[in-house]
Design a protein around this ligand. Structure first.
Ligand SMILES: NC(=O)c1ccc[n+]([C@@H]2O[C@H](COP(=O)([O-])OP(=O)(O)OC[C@H]3O[C@@H](n4cnc5c(N)ncnc54)[C@H](OP(=O)(O)O)[C@@H]3O)[C@@H](O)[C@H]2O)c1
Length: 266
């Protein structure tokens, strides 16, 4: 593989899931260049078309796939097709969804929990494994999993979301150890608040908010440097350390008092 850690423009073929969302669109636009094939996955055909046109205008070759990642088997079959046709050397698994437990509800909605577990955890780790298998035979590649700072906290109002991202983070660490000896590098991205549809649904402050464009730049640098983990923006790194050293009772006291709501809940 010819990629060098300092040049973000050398990937030949990049597959992005969640390419119809705020962060995924910004990443696709960031990497769009004449030498590059972008394989853009999402569900919303209008937004896929919109980002495809923007990327083609930058000279990239673009193929799109409308797919629901709740169906992990379908995702693996589709990945096999796209891998054979386009041999991606960078796979960014960014599709995800979030949900906040309603104030008047005793638990999260079990069906939503299953959807979250599938889209945020089961499908991306299965796709990452399929990508690694193929990349190992090609002597290298990079796999990026988009987690969240929420994965560092046992959020009582979002147990499914925080645990799905915690699982993804643990998978990323283990997979990196397993595959880097074969030239396949895994990076976990753990953003704080990024100004996309996902965080715009929250009924709470979004401290240290980052634009999707800035997020894409930060993520691309982490990818170029083959970082194991990229937590941004920086105040969340500090918060992590503080929360780790805090006595458990204080930590739980704080987590139980966080009041986060979600717009549009019926
Ligand atoms: N925004 C934040 O503040 C923030 C913070 C931390 C982590 N993250 C993570 O960043 C990633 C991207 O989120 P975003 O902020 O860009 O949110 P977004 O704008 O809501 O985009 C989410 C993306 O995931 C796709 N997706 C959701 N469910 C899917 C399903 N069942 N099948 C296929 N695709 C599905 C969406 O596709 P369609 O729109 O086409 O349905 C969309 O492309 C997520 O993993 C999220 O957890 C975001």
């Amino acid at each position: 593989m010819t990629n060098t850690p300092t040049n973000t423009r050398v990937f030949r073929s990049i597959l992005i899931t969640g390419a119809s969302g705020g962060i995924g669109m910004a990443l696709a636009a960031y990497y769009a260049a004449p030498h590059c094939t972008l394989i853009l996955w999402g569900r919303n055909p209008q937004r896929l078309e919109e980002i495809s046109m923007r990327c083609r205008a930058c000279g990239a070759q673009v193929v799109t796939r409308e797919i629901d990642l709740q169906n992990g088997q379908a995702a693996l079959a589709a990945y096999a097709e796209d891998d054979q046709a386009h041999t991606p050397d960078l796979v960014i698994l960014g599709a995800g969804l979030a949900d906040i437990q309603g104030h008047d509800s005793l638990t999260e909605d079990p069906e939503k929990v299953f959807e979250l577990a599938s889209v945020n955890y089961a499908t991306p780790i299965s796709m990452a494994t399929a990508a690694a298998r193929a990349m190992i035979t090609r002597q290298g590649g990079q796999i990026v999993l988009i987690g969240s700072v929420a994965g560092f906290y046992e959020l009582p109002f979002a147990a499914a979301y925080s645990s799905s991202k915690a699982g993804l983070a643990f998978f990323a660490k283990a997979a990196r150890l397993a595959w880097q000896r074969y030239g396949v590098f895994v990076t976990l991205i753990a953003p704080g608040f990024v100004d996309t549809a996902m965080s715009q649904r929250l009924e709470s402050p979004r401290p240290f908010l980052v634009s999707p464009r800035d997020a894409a730049r930060i993520i691309a640098r982490a990818i170029a440097e083959r970082q194991a983990e990229c937590v941004f923006p920086s105040p969340f790194k500090v918060l992590n350390v503080l929360m780790c050293f805090m006595p458990k009772t204080w930590r739980e006291y704080i987590l139980l008092r966080l009041a986060v709501g979600q717009k549009g809940r019926e």
